[in-house]
Design a protein around this ligand. Structure first.
Ligand code: AMP
Ligand code: MG
Length: 393
């Protein structure tokens, strides 16, 4: 097991973990402690992390009241096929042992969530449920039952645009754990798989926690909600341990609470689609979560047509409209994650209407000829960072 702990005072911090040749560059204004999670895959980190495509946390050069006595702890690693990063700000001196305990706590918590909800793990609850051929109640953890219930709620609200039974289509189009060459499936194969799609074919209950399918071939995929759920669990874990200034992020889904190292509310940038360095806008997150769904993240192209990993359960095909990215803000990151997917499936018109109906802060980036236009709900406007912060980007 490898970990590194560094304490440096510099305006630009370059952390170099020589054993594994990892270079991590981060702007910082005070002491920064960093621990690499034991399950981090170094070579993956050398690539641009997925978060940069969707959301970017930025540290703004504004004045800090206490600034330099606030230490930043960064714990990062790999989970759910992507990276996670937890930033904790503290005014107290933290021992190496405390670092390790928090890091291990986060790692084991994520291990549990994966063991419950990952379709990439054969022995996970969701995988065993997917293989289960009977249609009686299947006992699961409270957590999995909760995520099913929350997913079904979003399915109802979005008239089935968000639907975790979409799994067989995700696999058919080559975006799931069943590896296949990315190619356009035949109409017949889509029609055949469509028989198992539909959120009304599943149910969930909390006491006792269990889930159920009405058709034995139903196969559920929680990828559109599990990252957000993982963020919520880590945030709860931190709060339980008395940590109240933090930012948690898994693959672009974020929850932030309290204040950052510069003693201001956390500011998070939303990236311009397909441009990792461009920032479309900046929001302030104060005890809130933010999730983004984008059609440009995973896709393949055939004959000039882009086929995205976001599937419309009504047609059995990847979305085709002009909505490139949707960001949703909510207290629950799982809910924001599911809603962002629901809105991107519905598209710029119906998706926007859903956000308005639910009074959701939502930010849509729409393709128009060679550029992008943005559309935000009135609730989202209230979350925008102050003008001076946004005009810097
Ligand atoms: P996200 O990035 O949160 O929008 O989640 C996208 C992932 O959710 C995809 O890679 C699929 O595994 C799955 N997915 C695709 N379409 C849907 C849908 N309509 N409803 C629920 N999950 C979906
Ligand atoms: Mg989602």
């Amino acid at each position: 097991m490898f970990f590194a702990c560094v304490q440096l005072h510099a305006t630009l911090l370059i952390m170099i973990y020589t054993r594994d040749e990892l270079f991590s560059v981060q702007a910082a204004w005070g002491p920064v402690y960093s621990i690499m999670s034991s399950n981090m895959i170094i070579t993956q980190l050398k690539k641009t992390p997925a978060i940069l495509c969707l959301a970017v946390t930025i540290m703004l050069p504004s004045c800090s009241k206490k600034g330099l006595d606030r230490d930043l702890i960064v714990i990062s690693g790999k989970t759910m096929g992507t990276e996670y990063e937890v930033k904790i700000v503290t005014t107290e001196t933290i021992s190496k042992q405390q670092f390790i305990e928090v890091r291990n706590g986060i790692d084991s918590l994520l291990g549990v969530v994966n063991q419950q909800m990952s379709t990439y793990i054969d022995s996970s609850e969701i995988s065993r449920f997917n293989c289960y051929e009977k249609t009686d109640w299947f006992p699961v953890s409270t957590e999995t039952a909760e995520v099913f219930k929350q997913s079904l709620e979003v399915s109802e609200k979005s008239s089935g645009a968000f639907d975790i039974t979409v799994g067989p289509l995700v696999n058919l189009w080559g975006f799931g754990p069943e590896k296949r060459n990315a190619d356009v499936p035949s109409e017949e194969s889509i029609t055949q798989v469509m028989r198992f799609i539909g959120y009304r074919k599943i149910s969930a209950r909390l006491s006792p926690p269990s889930i159920k399918k009405k058709v034995s071939d139903v196969y559920c995929d929680l990828a559109a909600v599990a990252k957000g759920y993982g963020v919520d669990r880590i945030a709860e874990y931190l709060e339980f341990n008395g940590i109240s200034d933090y930012l948690v992020e898994i693959g672009g889904e974020i929850r932030a609470r309290g204040r950052n190292q510069r003693d201001t509310v956390w500011q998070v940038g939303i990236a311009v689609p397909e441009n990792e360095s461009g920032i479309q806008t900046v929001v302030s997150l104060n005890n809130l979560s933010m999730a983004t769904s984008g059609d440009y993240r995973f896709y393949f192209e055939r004959e000039g047509i882009r086929y995205s990993h976001i599937i419309n359960p009504g047609t059995g095909k990847p979305i085709t409209h002009k909505l490139a990215s949707t960001t949703v803000i909510h207290t629950s990151c799982a809910y924001a994650d599911a809603m962002a997917t629901a809105i991107i499936v519905l598209g710029p018109g119906e998706g926007y209407k859903l956000a308005l109906r639910e009074n959701l802060p939502a930010f849509l980036i729409i393709r128009e000829k060679d550029s992008f236009v943005e559309k935000m709900t009135p609730a989202f406007k209230k979350c925008l960072a102050p003008d001076e912060h946004r005009s810097n980007h």
